[in-house]
Design a binder for this molecule. Sequence first.
Ligand code: ADP
Ligand code: MG
Length: 340
Amino acid sequence: MDDTKRTEIAELGEFGLIDRICAPFEPQQKTTVKGCGDDAAVLDAGDRYGLVSTDLMLEGVHFDLTYFPLQHLGYKAVVVAVSDILAMNGTPRQVLVSLGISSRFSVEMIDRFYEGVRAACSDFKTDLVGGDTSASVNGLTISVTATGDVDKDKIAYRSGAGANDLICLTGDLGAAYMGLHLLEREKRACDGHPNPEPKFEGYEYILRRQLKPDARVDVVEKLAQSGIVPTSMIDISDGLSSELLHLCKASDKGARIYLNRLPIAKQTYAMADELHSDPVVAALNGGDDYELLFTVPLARRQEVFALGVDVIGHMTEAGTGAALVTPDGQEIALQAQGWK
Ligand code: ADP
Ligand code: MG
């Protein structure tokens, strides 16, 4: 290796870096069905596929404890991991939670964090089965690994979307991002006040979406009841644009989504209005939504409407790009996110 060469990570970006890490690793185990590149790794477990996925959350990068209650943080850490199992159309089973803890944290604070972990384990019927605990120099580091499984013929990769498949989306977008902006604004407003009184009235929904998101176990159950296996699926952690581009790339297809079909909640519009920002940008690039984005064949459209999810567009042939279509027919190319 040339020790004198230095390439900035920003040159590759998050996804380029991941590709570079994974490329030299050839699978050596017959049970490795799918390694890097989807929401969870897929392992052959005999009758079914086993699923495993891990997520890292760092204080100062992913959360700010000035306004993020520890119970909620514990809950959210589990949601983030479980959501990747659901994105494979899987059933979550276990979680392992590892912590790096600085001396700033007391036993009672760790108790509060695990109250949240326990609430999430109860809501998503998962078992905490392990983890690791270490001292850290500063701040809190959280790593959560989730396992799950899925029938072999029900698995949904990012890669199976067909050219005219409908693009379906659960819930609404951009609310968690606007909730974050509200929390940041009130943090600045309260800074230095002896008795801070943050103003959150009327914004309970967007706060909840940021502080206590949901993992859409209900949607995966409903899909199973209706006998629909999505041709591709991903969860929205980094924003709709980025995730739809992942589906397009993995499936080698294009996509068209329609601006007037994007589900955006009233409070998201109201907050964006107050902050003079664009709610559509929040919906496309905000992230932290943990909703499911999936594709189904056009022929299943009646059943999809019965699921209560939004159809926001359709896939297109390879090479046609991914774009947002405005009501007057203009096409705006979607941009990938990922950190630099
Ligand atoms: P998600 O947002 O669904 O959690 P990520 O964007 O974090 O997915 O990761 C995308 C894919 O890249 C996953 O398959 C993940 O396992 C893999 N990946 C991410 N970071 C690394 C790494 N450091 N080493 C190996 N694989 C990685
Ligand atoms: Mg994911």
